[in-house]
Design a protein around this ligand. Structure first.
Ligand SMILES: CO[C@@H]1O[C@H](CNc2nc3cc4c(=O)[nH]c(N)nc4cc3[nH]2)[C@H]2OC(C)(C)O[C@@H]12
Ligand SMILES: [Zn+2]
Length: 373
């Protein structure tokens, strides 16, 4: 077990890469998908079940945990890993994005963001320094810089101003993080969909120097075409020997396209959130278990899937428990969706290692076009 954080590239295929991130709490196989465990739980899943789906790392959120139960309480109880019974790596987002997307009344200044809690309306302040302190109290293995993700629509001038603030906050995050062997600090590239702003942001982050680099400011409603347009050049602006993390992505076809373009890590609420609404993601496309067509269907959701939902239950049963809003419906569909996402990542890793990514991607799209799901 290494006491350090290091990224070892194993193979490439075109711009895609596969490798391993070694951390004191275990290894992360890349390309990696991180299930989202916002409030110290991956909703509807026991931690051992999350591990059984194939996840090496999960995501936590500074914003939610600082409000409830507070970072100080989690630290006093032994840190986030002990608190939620997940001893493998955890990456925590830094809070700024969630403030902008979730909190009420907020005031943005050079210092940071003042906001009121969406939980109880209490007043809070997040700064780069406070975000670093919270993520240290949580004990997360991969810490994200405190940044600002501009809401769309935004003019290029607004995106530039926001990106430059985020770069000043990146320096403050780096300074406040200090020297923490075995823990990593990731910078976050901003710049919207404007190439020269993305280039300015990447240059600044490389000058400061980080253990990994995220592409932020995407998956905020710009659409897949615009997102891929940025990913056609943005990952290449980042150091080749460090992990590249695309935040908040995404649907299965977003993930495949991002890996083809050189992304190593992703996270998204989609598989877990949609599992709770009766939506299953399969290799043949999306299946809505609320649809009456499943009422008498004795077949499994996907006969090729080895997850508990597909091994032990029929579509008719899944339809029944989803329609009846039974808790097991969320459990089984969340498990299946996370299992499918991890199967997709394993397929991508194997294809890159075998120099056959183009064929894998062609089969991926052909399966979804075939219909009959
Ligand atoms: C499909 O899920 C919806 O889309 C959002 C995911 N998209 C996303 N883009 C992100 C960008 C950043 C960023 O620039 N910086 C930091 N620090 N974190 C970020 C986190 C991000 N997540 C989810 O967020 C909501 C809840 C709005 O809907 C979900
Ligand atoms: Zn399954």
């Amino acid at each position: 077990m290494t006491a350090r954080f290091q990224f070892q590239l194993a193979a490439t295929d075109g711009r895609a890469r596969t490798g391993v991130i070694s951390t004191p709490r275990g290894e992360i196989r890349t390309p990696a998908f991180m299930p989202v465990g916002t409030a110290a739980t991956v909703k509807a899943m026991m931690p051992e079940s999350v591990r059984a789906t194939g996840a090496d790392i999960l995501l936590g959120n500074t914003y939610h945990l600082m409000l409830r139960p507070t970072a100080e309480r989690i630290a006093a109880l032994g840190g986030l890993h002990r608190f939620m019974n997940w001893e493998r790596p955890i990456l925590t987002d830094s809070g700024g994005f969630q403030v902008m997307s979730l909190s009420g009344l907020r005031k943005l200044t050079e210092e940071g963001v003042r906001f009121s809690s969406h939980v109880d309306g209490s007043k809070h302040m997040l700064t780069p320094e406070r975000s670093m302190e919270i993520q240290r109290l949580l004990g997360s293995d991969i810490v994200m810089c405190f940044d600002e993700c501009p809401a769309l629509p935004a003019t290029e001038a607004e995106v530039a101003k926001s990106m430059q603030l985020s770069m000043r906050w990146a320096q403050r995050s780096r300074d406040a993080f200090g020297d923490r062997p075995g823990h990593a600090l990731f910078g976050i590239m901003q710049g919207g969909v404007t190439r020269d702003l993305r280039e300015e942001s990447a240059a600044k982050l490389r000058e400061i120097g980080f253990d990994g680099y995220a592409v932020g400011g995407l998956a905020v409603g710009e659409g897949q075409e615009a997102m891929f347009g940025v990913l056609d050049y943005a990952p290449g602006l980042l150091p080749e020997d460090k992990p590249r993390y695309l935040m908040g992505v995404g649907k299965p076809d977003d993930i495949v396209g991002a890996v083809e373009r050189g992304i190593d890590m992703m996270d998204c609420v989609l598989p877990s959130r949609s599992g709770r609404t009766g939506q299953a993601w399969t290799r043949r496309g999306a299946v809505n278990l609320k649809n009456a067509r499943h009422k008498d269907d004795p077949r499994p959701l996907d006969e090729a899937c080895t997850c508990p939902a597909c091994r032990n239950y029929s579509r008719a049963y899944l339809h029944h428990v989803v329609k009846a809003d039974e808790i097991i419906g969320s459990m089984l569909l969340t498990w299946h969706n996370l299992h499918y996402y991890q199967d997709l990542m394993q397929g991508l890793r194997d294809a890159i290692a075998g120099q056959r990514l183009a064929g894998f991607v062609a089969d991926f799209h052909a399966m979804r076009a075939a219909g009959d799901i």
